[in-house]
Design a protein around this ligand. Structure first.
Ligand SMILES: [Zn+2]
Ligand SMILES: [Zn+2]
Length: 354
């Protein structure tokens, strides 16, 4: 066991603060990773504050981890010391159900082990990336081929794969008209990835002041979703819409924009459900409403390599570990372009000084 500096919260109504946890010594199949950067996902806040009513305390959030390998177990084949690696939302799964055998551990029928708050599917608590090191089975460790901007790579491990997987599943590419709803942590990655895949990308936003930024990120067009005239110009024209909004809203306004056999996929997780969509909107053009959860390990590696080849990273704002509570408050106001990333050197320095 290794005593490890971390930031944790002891209860739903308490801020995160310095804490120490025990990490296991690397077993035969384990990779020990010194954490360099950890992205701040909205799920971190939901879990820290028990908003999904399943949090086990103490809670150490963080599932957008980039780090360097410091040691490997005797049976580890794919990684060695000093490799740059990543860890996303999962650290284990059953390995034998059909989704696991097909490389879709994110849909494991027995519940994957989440990187933090693992007991949401039973078992021992797990502690995430707001810490200085982590030990993970090599099957759940990703190779990072980016050579620069490692801090901005971190959000690819959740926001990146959450948007990449549905874009790939619904065959987004050249000749396709694709909508991205919302320009936050997920949406800004959706715009970059759909653009890189060669699609015609339309961003939907409620804020006119996001137009210039959306175009810089790769959007071909920007539609202000509150403007029904602008919306109606696109009726029946989209092959696919990726909806990243995490607040309940009227889905019909977007479903009506899909063409025959078009699909809208939801990746945001609202605390209360969206109003049910109108059935006629769906049946008249055989439209589909779908959902998608992160992505499997094989696909996450594919996404990281796709991004490394094209120099794609997240737009980030770097923070010190001690500023995490303030960052949560800003995230609630969508006051971040477009993802906070914690520089874990600041936690190492803080722990040394204590
Ligand atoms: Zn996340
Ligand atoms: Zn499984």
């Amino acid at each position: 066991m290794t005593r490890t500096a971390a930031y944790a919260t002891p209860a739903a109504d308490k801020p995160l603060r310095a804490h120490s946890i025990e990490r296991r010594a690397p077993g035969a199949h384990d990779v020990q990773i010194e954490i360099l950067y950890c992205g701040v996902c909205h799920s971190d806040l939901h879990t820290a504050r028990n908003e999904w009513h399943n949090t086990q305390y103490p809670c150490v959030p963080g599932h957008e981890i980039v780090g360097r390998v410091t040691a490997v177990g005797s049976e580890v084949k794919q990684f060695k010391a000093h490799d740059t690696v990543g860890v996303g939302c999962m650290v284990d799964s059953c390995g034998h159900c059909r989704p696991c055998r097909e490389g879709e551990e994110n849909y494991c029928e027995n519940g994957f082990t989440a990187t933090y708050n693992g007991p949401m599917f039973g078992g021992e608590n797990t502690y995430g990336g707001y810490s200085t090191q982590i030990v993970v089975d090599e099957k759940f460790v990703l190779r990072i081929r980016h050579t620069a901007d490692l801090a901005a790579v971190a959000p690819l491990l959740c926001a990146g794969i959450t948007t990449y997987s549905p874009l790939r599943h619904w065959n987004v590419g050249p000749g396709k008209k694709v909508g991205i709803v919302g320009l936050g942590g997920l949406g800004h990655m959706g715009v970059k990835l759909a653009h890189a895949m060669g699609a015609h990308v339309v961003l939907f936003t409620t804020s006119p002041n996001k137009e210039a930024d959306a175009k810089r990120l790769g959007a071909d067009e920007v539609v202000i979703s509150k403007d029904s005239e602008q919306m109606s110009k696109h009726t029946g024209s989209f092959d696919f819409i990726l909806n990243t909004v995490a607040a309940p809203h009227d889905l019909d306004a977007y479903l009506a924009l899909l063409n025959r056999d078009g699909t809208m996929c939801l990746v945001g997780a609202p605390a209360t459900p969206h109003p049910s969509p109108a059935v006629f909107n769906l049946i008249f053009k055989r439209r589909a409403l779908a959902g998608s959860l992160i992505g499997g390990i094989r696909e996450t590696q594919e996404m990281l390599d796709f991004c490394a080849e094209r120099g794609i990273v997240s737009d980030i704002e770097m923070i010190a570990m001690r500023d995490i509570n303030q960052a949560y408050e800003r995230m609630l106001k969508s006051d971040v372009k477009y993802r906070f990333v914690i520089d874990m050197q600041t936690l190492k320095d803080e722990a040394k000084a204590a």
